[in-house]
Design a protein around this ligand. Structure first.
Ligand SMILES: Cc1cc2nc3c(=O)[nH]c(=O)nc-3n(C[C@H](O)[C@H](O)[C@H](O)COP(=O)(O)O)c2cc1C
Length: 191
């Protein structure tokens, strides 16, 4: 038996990166659970931001932003970026988290987040409740300590990313590997 729960804005799970805009001198960042990959050539990010966000103002000023994937161990800092606004807080001064330069764009990366995407805004769509910001990913960075044996892919276990569960409003971390993508299904193909 399934129970109907009504129209829902919840997916299980959701990512919870910090999206940053601005410059090395003046930056703001916020927690964003409503974010996804929206295309491949060029690689594209789509995220839903409320009009009131200070970070959205900076995205509009500069046309640039970075997506910074935090570690599960940093849940409290990420939550802080998601509960106070740059309108009246300097979140970097208050958390002690720091910026480092991007390589292609002016918007910096968050040093404490081990995986980062540099993005340029392609377009905006206003859907009433949120602005959908669509951006092209122009560069990506990973700390060497989270790379797998090939040296060019992120090892999910080493990254240990923060996961957000909307319904119960809690943060979690990834569990164990359960299969190989694009090949586990081969076992079900008819002979
Ligand atoms: C777990 C979590 C997820 C969030 N996801 C979003 C989101 O997807 N879009 C959004 O506009 N705000 C989201 N927020 C709220 C913003 O992060 C929050 O309002 C933040 O204080 C805005 O900061 P700013 O005004 O400095 O940009 C989220 C907050 C939390 C705690």
């Amino acid at each position: 038996m399934k129970k109907a729960l009504g129209p829902s804005d919840r997916l299980y799970p959701m990512p919870c990166p910090l999206v940053l805009s601005g410059t090395m001198e003046k930056a703001d960042a916020l927690a964003v659970a409503w974010i996804a990959i929206g295309g491949a050539k060029p690689p594209t990010i789509v995220m839903a931001l409320r009009q009131s966000r200070r970070t959205l103002e900076l995205i509009r000023e500069t046309g640039e932003f970075t997506v910074n994937i935090p570690r599960a161990a940093d849940a409290a800092v990420v939550d802080y970026f998601g509960i106070v606004s740059g309108h009246d807080h300097d979140k970097f001064a208050e958390t002690g988290w720091t910026l480092e330069p991007s390589s292609v764009i002016s918007a910096p990366l968050i040093a404490q987040c081990p995986y980062n995407l540099e993005c340029r805004v392609l377009s905006e769509v206003d859907n009433g409740s949120h602005v959908l910001v669509i951006g092209e990913v122009v560069e990506s960075h990973a700390e060497e300590s989270i790379l797998d044996a090939t040296g060019d892919k992120v090892d999910a276990g080493l990254l240990d990313p923060l996961i957000y569960i909307a319904g119960s409003r809690e943060y979690r971390r990834l569990g164990e590997k359960v299969g190989d993508a694009f090949s586990a299904g081969n076992a079900l193909k008819p002979e």
